[in-house]
Design a protein around this ligand. Structure first.
Ligand code: SF4
Ligand code: SF3
Length: 509
């Protein structure tokens, strides 16, 4: 096997024999076949709704930490293969042997559209679709098998970021039109006595269905990982049994799910290999699957998981739990709708230097020890600066209590990874209010990456011309030295160094 699509790839080169994520060689082979078939589908089949859905689902099941189940993956492969004919099948392995820079640019495009597929998938579940997004999947997949120049591929890399912005906007519209605009909300980390279910992942529709099916059952619901921002949506606030957040980010799940008297539902990435100790009370749905773990199909009848919660009974007394820094409340819900109302005030405070700087510290969490950087970095940010955050990396600091700057919270959590859209909207609004370009705002992006959604988000930031992004904990293994030089020259991307060094150099301007 050859896989280098995520940040934890072996020795920052590539995974072979078995993935650091737990993916087996057989699973990797099937996923490669899925990608090869999707390239053939894009080249040989009609562009229609059915095929577009096959592409979106096919890409999403190959994302890191989504589907480890060979039988399930083979079913996707079969359906894709039966949807086109070619006498000259493409093999993704040919890409790994291409010239270093071509391989690198095509990998960036491929991993970028994997991230894009996740956003399009969730938006599609809420009946929001975009012709621009859908047609780009075909263009990008065709490019993987075509002879193209470095310039053509570089342009397509930025186009991936541009189309990803459309997908982020689409998903924002889907979520807010269906569940309302997030409002600032304080969420407890304690667990009440009695039966409960933990729901993880990004799929808001699955959350809505689970809340509805559990509302009169005496079963409480707790979010985990990227499902946490659900607490801020008005439509979910109506359910009094949506109680709080259990645990932290995906990387701690094997520890956090052990020895608890409750079932867990995974609705999207990131699922780690399920340990035997909790396999019998783990459930997956949508595109997530793991061998011998119960799967809730598209009928979305959650009775088995509700029954399991009642059978296990939950804790007999309430449990006090905390975040990673000892705090027992997380705040969330600072989406664009809320923060744009503060834009005049923030712009005024920036002018008067009462707010010195805005730091965007967001992105994925992961197991790498270098990720302590983000906790230390946030702790060192002066009180006269704002911190906007999104995605699961924030669990490293979202329980730290901080004072406000004249009613503006020092740390504002915008939501899931896709809610980078709120960050972009707010930064654009501030640039408008201060009559300058984004580049001239006192705003710095300090981003952590892990899987392919963070790659598509990075491409969007580059497409928007955002420079001086500090990226960590390491640089992607799939970027060749020449392409890295190009990124550094054109966009001034920097690897993170130490919190002190980076903070000093940012604040010195
Ligand atoms: Fe390795 Fe990441 Fe690929 Fe898993 S997804 S096999 S950890 S590179
Ligand atoms: Fe997290 Fe997987 Fe990236 Fe949604 S859940 S951000 S890592």
């Amino acid at each position: 096997m050859f896989c280098y699509q995520c940040e934890q790839t072996k020795c920052n080169k590539y995974c072979q024999d078995t993935g650091v994520c737990g993916k087996t060689e057989t699973t990797a082979e099937i996923q490669d076949k899925i990608i090869s078939s999707l390239v053939d589908l894009a080249n040989c089949a009609e562009r229609d709704e059915k095929n577009t859905l096959l592409i979106i689902n096919g890409l999403f099941v190959t994302l890191t930490n989504v589907n480890f189940d060979d039988l399930s993956l083979l079913r996707y492969l079969d359906i894709i293969k039966n949807s086109y004919y070619t006498d000259n099948p493409f093999d993704i392995k040919s890409l790994w042997n291409e010239n270093d820079d071509i391989r690198s640019l095509k990998s960036i495009i491929l991993f970028g559209i994997k991230g894009l597929s996740a956003f399009a998938y969730h938006a599609g579940k809420l009946n929001h679709k975009s012709e621009v997004v859908d047609s780009f999947f075909y263009e990008a997949l065709q490019a993987i098998s075509k002879k193209m120049s470095l310039n053509e591929l570089s342009a397509l890399v930025l186009k991936t970021g541009e189309v990803n912005l459309k997908a982020l906007e689409l998903l924002d519209r889907a979520n807010t039109a269906t569940y309302g605009h997030p409002i600032p909300t304080f969420v407890s980390t304690d667990i009440e006595a009695g039966p409960f279910i933990i729901i993880s992942g990004h799929d808001l529709r699955d959350m809505a269905l689970l809340l509805e099916q559990t509302k009169d059952k005496g079963v409480n619901i707790y979010t985990h990982g990227e499902m946490f921002p659900c607490h801020a949506y008005p439509e979910f606030k109506k359910y009094k049994h949506l109680k709080g957040n259990f645990g932290t980010s995906w990387r701690n799940q094997q520890k956090e799910f052990e020895n608890i008297p409750a079932p867990v539902l995974f609705t999207s990435n990131c699922m780690m290999p399920v340990l035997e100790s909790y396999a019998d009370r783990t459930f997956t749905t949508s595109l997530v699957s793991f061998p011998n773990v119960r799967y809730i199909d598209n009928k979305k009848d959650f009775s088995p998981i509700i029954d399991k919660a009642i059978e296990l009974g939950g804790y007999s007394t309430s449990q006090h739990r905390t975040g990673l820094n000892g705090g027992s409340t997380f705040a969330v819900g600072y989406g664009h709708n809320t923060v744009i109302l503060m834009a005049d005030k923030i712009a005024g405070l920036l002018k008067k230097s009462k707010i010195k700087h805005i730091f965007i510290v967001g992105g994925c969490d992961g197991a790498n020890v270098g990720r302590n950087y983000y906790t230390e970095f946030v702790k060192k940010i002066p009180d006269n600066s704002l911190i906007l955050t999104y995605a699961c990396g924030k669990y490293r600091f979202n329980d730290i209590f901080t004072e406000k700057i004249e009613d503006i919270p020092h740390i504002m959590d915008m939501g899931q990874c896709n809610d980078i859209f709120s960050v972009i909207k707010i930064v654009r609004e501030l640039a408008k209010k201060l009559d300058c370009s984004i580049a001239n705002l006192p705003v710095s992006f300090v981003i952590s990456w892990y899987e392919q959604k963070s790659i598509s988000i990075l491409l969007t930031l580059l497409y928007l011309g955002i420079q001086n992004i500090r990226l960590g904990p390491g640089m992607p293994a799939f970027v060749s030295p020449n392409i890295m030089r190009m990124l550094i020259n054109k966009f001034k991307i920097k690897p993170i160094s130490t919190p002190d060094e980076d903070l000093n150099s940012i604040l010195k301007g």
